[in-house]
Design a protein around this ligand. Structure first.
Ligand code: FEO
Length: 135
């Protein structure tokens, strides 16, 4: 069973960004599935890297729009992005060094962070971006 199900409650009403959020959600679900199945470390490590890389790409898409349109909350929003990338990079490094065992708690952290970020922070730009004609 998937850990996160995308619903309209997670929509920022900008379809290009919703599509990226759906990809991130699918990645967390896949990560959860592989951990539950106790898949081998190499596969899990590749998944963490894939998830980190896609997250960086997604954040850069939002940040480019913030810069382009002078979004007032840019700095505050970027701080959250940077903090999350740091956490995921740290997780990747520690897992690859054998220092941590991935668990449901870690998956829950990724899930909670993403949901809270979309609902509490990303949604704040909806009105602003729609007014700028972004869809
Ligand atoms: Fe969709 Fe600010 O991340």
């Amino acid at each position: 069973m998937a850990l996160i199900k995308w619903t309209t409650e997670l929509s920022v009403n900008i379809s290009s960004i919703d599509e990226q959020h759906k990809i991130l959600i699918n990645m967390i679900n896949e990560f959860y599935e592989k951990i539950s199945e106790k898949s081998n470390n190499e596969l899990i490590s590749n998944l963490i890297t894939k998830m980190k890389d896609y997250t960086i790409l997604h954040f850069s898409v939002e940040e480019k729009l913030f810069e382009q349109y002078n979004y007032a909350d840019f700095e505050q929003h970027k701080k959250q992005h940077d903090g999350f990338i740091k956490k995921v990079s740290d997780l990747e490094e520690r897992f690859n060094k054998g220092e941590i065992i991935l668990s449901f708690e870690i998956t829950k952290f990724l899930k909670d962070w993403l949901i809270n970020h979309i609902q509490g922070t990303d949604k704040k730009y909806t009105k602003f971006f729609i007014e700028k004609g972004i869809s």
